[in-house]
Write a protein that binds this ligand. Structure first.
Ligand code: ADP
Length: 772
């Protein structure tokens, strides 16, 4: 490693020192010269004055004697002094006694001397004698050339400067050598040693330059050696760590590749088992679907003869029979109904399993649906059981959902409650909630033992061993109801206490489609005379004030004289006759259908009406309206007809099966309809061409022309666009309803059907078309 001279530390130090020493030397020389200058300047005057002093007395005597010769000698003597340029003696009359001069010395450096001391100086000494000092004899005048002194001074000054410069130069040379030897050389040696060594292999310490072991250079070398050792140790540790890391990485790579291979194998196994599972699932689904199809087919096949069986039994029961025959036929009829229910439940369950149950989303009136279902099931209620339908006034008039399935939920819960209750109340409550609606069925029946509560939702399970024997049933209803609620995104819960009754609660998230009904307001005071704690009292207390009526409740034994009102509602038929004798206000009897009073007696109680329990809001409202503001007699007749008690309508029944023809014809006849039968679709079309008809009941599967084709032709002809066509079918598959709708039919009645189902359907469609 070469460092140029000017960059060497020794050079830099030496040059700096020389510069400082030079400036200092020059300064000292200049001071010395200044001092010398001052003393030289003073010595000129001093020397000339001493010259004048020496010459004073001879010059005074010469002037006194006026001796020109001596005067000439004296001035010549004075001129011998190298500094004197001119010497003159002048007497007191101004006459020059003697005068000599010579030219000034010439030199190149003269100008310097002249600048410092002046070119020349004049000195005058007045002449007198000692005994007459006041008498002036003349003047001795000298003119001095300062160069005689200045040249000496310049020589000395030059010498002073030169020796000073030479001293500084010598000093700096000595310093340069010393610095080089003391500093630069050992440092350069260390640098060379450091740069020559290989830090990875060369572990020997850097040698210390001899003679410097104890000074700063020695310490520098020692510290550097220590740092090198540390660095070397650290490097070797790092190298070791790196080696270990590389080893770990290699091991990790091995593990990862082993795991990857394992995962690949597992993945392959999983894919295989997934494929197998998929296959198994597809097979299971296929099997479930095949089972559902088989069940649907079977139920169709069983329903057709069952329809005939039940229809015929119902017709026979309506005819004149001995009590023994009636009992036998009733048992046969009830067993047939149980068979139909069982068939329906099994079919529904298998639909769940096959994932075929599809829910509708259509607007429907849940309040009316609950009332209808309660009314249909009311015949199952024991004589000591009061069935009440309590609809919350805030319930929306229309909700969105599947009315068929909601009806199934209500009907299952209600029929259980009625089945297991011998005394007391069965209440069906419907109320809106934040998420939808809550349907609650509570009863005061036998309740469910705690140990049985866990399992009653399992299919074919009942609370106790004796239940089937005592109450009948298959143990399918609750399982189905719960599945239905869950399919509708709702839930079914219950609580029950053995011996005190049960409460089942279905929460269904049905969205509101139309707000609560705005009822027509009525006017009047209404007294309710019912047993305390009865469902009827609760229902009337809720609804009458809502319709604008003033309602007061009285105990059944209140004397007639205290019953002052515009209308009286009573729940016991026995009290009516005594009341009528004392009161002339309209009376309304609300009782089970079986306890209705005979028409002769009813006529005697006019103004009077009787309504069956459970009360439907619309029927009650209508009856109250009529009783509080009676219509003329003929108008009442029309109202009754349109209420549907007797349907006067021309019905075309299209059915190929003779037994079914008989059943449907019998039921329709009993409902007051005029029936014409056609054996197939073509015959029906033929009949329609020639006769007016209010409604067509159309079987679907028939020879020659089936119901679908016939309906399509009726609609295509465009001649009977408003004619209601109701499908009669034993096919229970879910797409059947859509198929009927697609063919142009308006509604659907599954075989076997009950007279009540048929009546409510006819009521709906005939009222609807008439209203149109
Ligand atoms: P079932 O056809 O037997 O009525 P469900 O599934 O509807 O079948 O009911 C299962 C069992 O739950 C019934 O057998 C009965 O023991 C019990 N249960 C259901 N509802 C009630 C109720 N309201 N009161 C008492 N027990 C009931």
């Amino acid at each position: 490693m070469d460092i140029s001279l000017t960059h060497r530390l020794s050079f830099k130090q030496a040059s700096l020192t020389v510069l400082v020493a030079f400036i200092l030397g020059m300064l000292l020389s200049l001071i010395q010269i200044g001092v010398d200058y001052a003393s030289e300047d003073a010595s000129i005057d001093r020397e000339i004055h001493s010259l004048l002093e020496i010459s004073h007395n001879p010059a005074a005597r010469i002037s006194y004697n006026i001796d020109a010769e001596l005067a000439q000698e004296l001035v010549l003597g004075l001129l011998r002094s190298p500094a004197v340029m001119r010497a003159e003696i002048i007497d007191n009359s101004g006459l020059v006694l003697a005068s000599v001069d010579r030219p000034a010395t010439q030199s190149d450096y003269r100008f310097l001397s002249d600048a410092l001391f002046g070119e020349r100086r004049q000195f005058e000494d007045p002449l007198f004698v000692d005994h007459a000092p006041s008498e002036a004899l003349g003047v001795l005048r000298l003119e001095v050339d300062t160069f005689a002194f200045g040249s000496d001074f310049l020589r000395r000054a030059l010498l002073t400067l030169l020796t000073g410069f030479a001293r500084s130069l010598l000093l700096s040379l000595i310093l340069l050598v010393l610095f080089y030897a003391m500093l630069t050389k050992p440092v350069v040696e260390i640098i060379r040693a450091l740069s020559d060594r290989d830090p990875r292999r060369d572990l020997a310490p850097v040698p210390c330059p001899p003679g410097h072991e104890r000074d700063e250079i020695g310490i520098l070398v020692a510290v550097t050696n220590q740092q090198l050792v540390n660095t070397h140790q650290e490097i070797s540790q790092r190298r070791e760590a790196e080696d270990r890391l590389t080893q770990y990485l290699a091991e990790l790579e091995n593990i990862v590749s082993a795991r990857t291979a394992e995962l690949k194998a597992t993945n392959a196994r999983l894919t295989l088992s997934n494929r197998e599972l998929e296959q198994a699932r597809a097979t299971a689904l296929e099997m479930a679907q095949a089972r559902a199809a088989f069940l649907a087919y079977m139920s169709h096949e069983i329903r057709t003869p069952l329809n005939g069986l039940l229809g015929m039994l119902a017709l026979s029961l309506d005819g004149p029979l001995s009590s023994e025959q009636r009992q036998q036929l009733s048992i046969a009829h009830d067993s047939g109904k149980v068979l139909v229910d069982l068939l329906n439940d099994i079919l529904d369950l298998s639909k769940f399993e096959a994932g075929q149950l599809e829910l509708e989303q259509i607007p429907f009136d849940l309040g009316a649906l609950a009332e209808e279902t309660a009314s249909l099931l009311s015949q199952n209620a024991g004589s000591n059981v009061e069935l009440t339908c309590l609809i919350d006034p805030q319930l929306p008039a229309q909700l969105l959902g599947d009315p068929t399935r909601v009806r199934q939920v209500v009907s299952n819960l209600l029929s259980n409650a009625l089945k297991f209750t011998r005394f007391g109340r069965v209440d069906l409550r419907v109320e809106p909630t934040a998420k939808g609606v809550r349907i609650t069925v509570s009863d005061t029946g036998i309740g469910i033992p705690e140990e049985a509560q866990q399992r009653i939702f399992q299919p074919f399970t009942q609370a106790g061993a004796g239940i089937t024997r005592q109450f009948g049933g298959t143990g399918l209803g609750l399982a189905l109801t719960r599945r239905l609620c869950e399919t509708m995104q709702g839930e079914l819960t219950f609580n029950s206490q053995e011996g005190f009754g049960s409460q089942f609660c279905a929460e269904l998230p049905l969205r509101s489609h139309a707000p609560a009904t705005d009822w027509l307001q009525l006017e009047g005071r209404v007294l309710t005379l019912c047993a305390p704690g009865s469902g009827l009292a609760e229902q009337l207390a809720c609804w009458l004030p809502r319709w604008g009526l003033q309602q007061q409740h009285r105990n059944p034994d209140t004397p007639a004289s205290e019953l002052l009102a515009d209308l009286l509602i009573c729940d016991s038929p026995e009290r009516l006759t005594p009341l009528r004798q004392q009161l002339s206000i309209p009376l309304l009897l609300v009782s089970p259908y079986g306890a209705f009073i005979h028409s002769d007696q009813a006529n005697r109680l006019e103004p009077f009406a009787q309504l069956a329990r459970p009360l439907a809001r619309a029927t009650l409202h209508q009856t109250l309206k009529e009783l509080l503001a009676p219509l003329p007699k003929h108008a009442q007749d029309t109202a009754q007809t349109s209420n549907g008690h007797a349907i006067k309508a021309r019905v075309l029944l299209v059915e190929d099966n003779a037994v079914n023809q008989l059943v449907a014809k019998g039921m329709l006849g009993k409902l007051g309809c005029e029936v014409t039968v056609a054996a197939h679709g073509a015959e029906a079309l033929d009949y329609l061409e020639r006769n007016a008809v209010d409604l067509v009941l159309m079987d679907c599967n028939m020879p020659i022309m089936d119901g679908y084709e016939a309906s399509r032709r009726i609609r295509q002809s465009g001649r009977w666009p408003e004619l209601p066509i109701i499908a009669l079918t034993a096919n229970a598959l879910p797409d059947e309803r859509e198929r009927c709708q697609a063919a142009g039919m308006n509604d659907y009645l599954a075989k076997p059907f009950r007279r009540e189902d048929l009546a409510s359907l006819l009521n709906n469609w005939l009222n609807l078309t008439r209203a149109d």
